[in-house]
Design a protein around this ligand. Structure first.
Ligand SMILES: Cc1cc2nc3c(=O)[nH]c(=O)nc-3n(C[C@H](O)[C@H](O)[C@H](O)COP(=O)(O)OP(=O)(O)OC[C@H]3O[C@@H](n4cnc5c(N)ncnc54)[C@H](O)[C@@H]3O)c2cc1C
Length: 486
């Protein structure tokens, strides 16, 4: 029987495992941590009964993909929950801006910038299914929708500063800036708008939902399907060399590039290992989970109903914070990403005690403590916040790396989103999942389409592997949806 070993059980490792297992391949998953799921783990970190997402929180790009369409995760316990406000951006004095799922509703609340918001996101949202079909695939392919992709590229190619200043009001500028900061890039650099344009469009097409019960529900659903396909699992084992894996037909490495080069050792061609060792990582994140009695008293009322809140202030302040962290300086007022999962999913709360997820962008490898700065930023826009904190769990940059070695220097998006790596990751190659060793593939978020708990890197890597296997050596199972209905 054809066999595969998957090293690492993040969303991409699990997606690769399931894509292979569903084709009749015997899959074994090895995970270094004590629990499966990598960046989709959730747990009670502060107060019993209050569920915190340890990494991924909002999932706009996981809703409708070739992977999500192929496997019926809903039948295996995954339920998406949408907040009324997808994301918001409070400003001083109780003002701010909010993004609703509807472009029209968002535009209506943006006053003078309404028509500009509609012009940017209206047509992209209408075309997003086709655009996503192209960008979720490995980059080197003939686009199926070249004109739509070109239109998307025209907006995305701009520095975030330029595109944000196209809006005229502080609210419109800040709303886009908060979204663009997800890229962890200086706002002056080319294509620093790309992630903001993608996530902003996805907010209107799919929303920014959370998984009911915690992001761990995503990995639990995939694991349940894998078990149905006979896959086996091993936790608490760190793989250090390919030699210890025996000789499976396929090896999938859900690892950061340099780690993959270390595990492969001398079996990897020197040109490939050199390229992987040169792979660039971005800034770090410093994470604080709070348990908050009565929720956060945002002065900007729509922020109380938002799943995600971008906390930093004006466009100029967001741009300065991102410039500093990318240059290795810790800003006094960092960009803080806040999620209020219980707004959409009340099962995360215990009575009136709610989980509040936050992380600040900090320089790569930073060893300081940003807890006070995170609290000050939230308190600035939500006076009285500190008095409501009843529990706190802090994860510094070194803690982040200890939690998951893929977060090199605290880089939670597995690689700098600079222009070259947005297009060619982890290295320029016709098939970016191959590692120059027959049967061995990289499937982590360091490969296209990049970061996020969507599983598409794993899906693409597995399909690359399947394309090289002898199809007569394994027997595809029927699609999970059909199996579930049967
Ligand atoms: C704080 C934070 C916030 C985020 N927010 C979001 C969000 O809101 N939405 C979103 O979509 N994404 C978000 N992400 C990103 C998302 O979680 C990642 O992009 C995604 O988890 C990457 O999946 P992966 O499978 O490539 O790797 P990972 O999830 O990193 O999994 C890799 C796994 O491999 C294991 N491993 C590593 N080395 C070895 C080894 N040698 N042997 C065995 N096992 C090994 C690790 O323990 C880990 O479990 C966030 C991430 C973080 C950290």
């Amino acid at each position: 029987m054809t066999s595969a070993t998957v090293v690492g059980s993040g969303p991409n490792g699990l997606a690769a495992a399931l894509t292979l297992a569903a084709e009749g391949i015997q899959v074994h998953v090895i995970e270094a941590a004590g629990t499966l799921g990598g960046g989709t783990r959730s747990s009670e970190l502060t107060v019993p009964g209050v569920i915190h997402d340890e990494c991924s929180a909002a999932h706009p790009l996981a809703i409708d993909t070739p992977f999500s369409r192929r496997f019926d995760l809903a039948a295996h316990g995954l339920t998406w929950r949408w907040p009324e406000v997808q994301y918001s951006h409070p400003l001083d004095g109780g003002s701010g801006a909010a993004a609703y799922k509807s472009v029209a509703e968002t535009a209506r609340h943006l006053g003078k910038d309404g028509h500009r918001w509609r012009r940017l996101f209206g047509s992209l949202t209408d075309r997003f299914d086709d655009i996503a079909e192209d960008f979720l695939e490995p980059v080197i392919h003939v686009p199926k929708h070249p004109l739509k992709l070109a239109r998307f590229g025209a907006w995305s190619g701009m520095p975030a500063n330029v595109l944000a200043r196209w809006f005229r009001t502080p609210e419109g500028q800040a709303l886009f800036a908060g979204c663009a900061a997800h890229a962890f890039r200086p706002f002056t650099s080319p294509v620093s708008s790309a992630i903001g344009v993608t996530l902003g469009t996805a907010a209107h097409r799919y929303g920014w939902p959370v998984a009911e019960g915690g992001s761990a529900s995503i990995s639990r659903a995939v694991v349940a399907l894998l078990e149905e396909h006979g896959a086996t699992f091993e936790t608490g084992r760190t793989v250090t060399s390919l030699a210890e894996l025996g000789s499976p037909d396929v090896v999938m490495l859900d690892l950061a590039p340099a780690a993959a080069a270390r595990v492969a050792g001398s079996r990897m061609p020197r040109r490939v290992s050199r390229a992987l060792e040169r792979y660039r990582h971005g800034p770090g994140s410093f994470k604080v989970e709070f348990a908050v009695e009565g929720g956060v008293p945002w002065a900007h009322e729509p922020s109380r109903r938002a799943g995600t809140v971008h906390v930093c202030g004006s466009l100029a302040e967001v741009a300065a914070a991102e410039r500093d962290t990318c240059a290795g300086r810790m800003p006094e007022r960092p960009y803080v990403l806040v999620c209020q999962q219980s707004v959409a999913d009340p099962t995360r709360a215990n009575g009136d005690v709610h989980p509040l997820y936050s992380y600040a962008h900090v320089p790569a490898g930073w060893t300081g403590d940003a807890t006070a700065q995170i609290e000050a930023q939230i308190e600035r826009f939500a006076p009285g916040f500190r008095d409501r904190i009843v529990g706190r769990h802090v994860r510094s940059v070194p803690d982040m790396e200890a939690h998951n070695v893929n977060y090199v220097g605290g880089d939670v998006v597995t690689g700098s989103n600079d222009m070259l790596q947005l297009v060619f990751r982890p290295r320029p190659a016709l098939d970016p999942y191959t590692l120059g060793i027959p049967g061995v593939y990289l499937c982590s978020a360091a490969t296209p389409p990049g970061a996020g708990a969507h599983g598409m890197c794993g899906w693409n890597a597995a399909r690359s592997a399947l394309g090289r296997l002898d199809p007569t050596a394994f027997a595809p199972a029927p699609p999970a949806e059909a199996a579930a209905r049967a």
